[in-house]
Design a binder for this molecule. Structure first.
Ligand code: ADE
Length: 225
């Protein structure tokens, strides 16, 4: 899959794209992440991408033209399945959305800034608006990074053990059971007996019961459906 991120702060994402799980996926040839500086698509000699809002409202608004030019340049090269805009008033990003997006071919993520983007971009160019939570960030870069990480890590083959992505918490709308490693007894803090028993069915049942208990206690909202 390919993710093109349009941003006014490409430097902020460079380290992340070239390290982390995204670097691993790219080395394996399973994903490509490309950063595009929105300022490269402006004709303005100051490379401005924002202007005052009509109506005298507070704040600055990202203009149509640079965004249209950036998205059009990408679309001229290949087809895109989604053009996503990161915004606190978008649909909530969760594991289901990550799963769905990981199955797409090419996506564009446009990082919002200032007060937001001109509504005409949202109406005509954006196919999906996504929020990573009910709080307002300074810009969409962290949201784009969160989404790219969650999407790319579940592309088959990116993390070594397929099973480990499938058993992530939230994959079944449940939190995960607790996990332990050696030693079995550390300062008297003991690993639950059942995990040392080698009895597969009993271990599975314990895992389910623990996951359910944790979910009920910490995230009962997940069990509503
Ligand atoms: N931009 C600012 N806040 C955001 C949020 N919560 N999610 C996505 N993009 C954002």
């Amino acid at each position: 899959m390919r993710i093109d991120i349009i941003t006014v702060l490409p430097e902020m994402l460079e380290g992340f794209v070239n390290e982390s799980i995204l670097a691993r996926a790219q080395k394996k040839g399973l994903a490509e992440i490309h950063l595009h500086n929105l300022r490269d698509y402006t004709n303005d000699k100051w490379r401005r991408v924002d202007d005052y809002p009509y109506g005298g409202f507070a704040g600055m608004v990202m203009q149509c033209e640079p965004i249209d030019r950036a998205i059009s340049a990408l679309k001229a090269e290949r087809d895109y399945d989604e053009v996503i805009y990161t915004s606190p008033d978008g649909e909530r990003f969760d594991q289901h959305v990550a799963n769905e997006l990981s199955m797409k071919g090419n996506i564009i993520i446009l990082c919002g800034h200032y007060k937001g983007i001109d509504q005409r971009v949202r109406d005509n160019l954006i196919t999906r608006e996504i929020s990573i939570g009910d709080y307002v960030l300074t810009g969409g870069e962290l949201a784009a990074a969160v989404m790219a990480d969650a999407i790319v890590r579940i592309v088959p083959g990116v993390i070594g053990d397929e099973q480990s992505a499938l058993s992530d918490c939230f994959q079944d709308d449940m939190l995960s059971a607790p996990i332990y490693t050696r030693p079995a007894d550390y300062k008297g803090w003991k690993v639950p007996e059942v995990l040392l028993s080698g009895h597969e069915a009993k271990i599975k049942a314990w895992e389910m019961e623990q996951a359910m208990e944790r979910t009920r206690r910490l995230r009962p909202d997940l069990l509503k459906d």
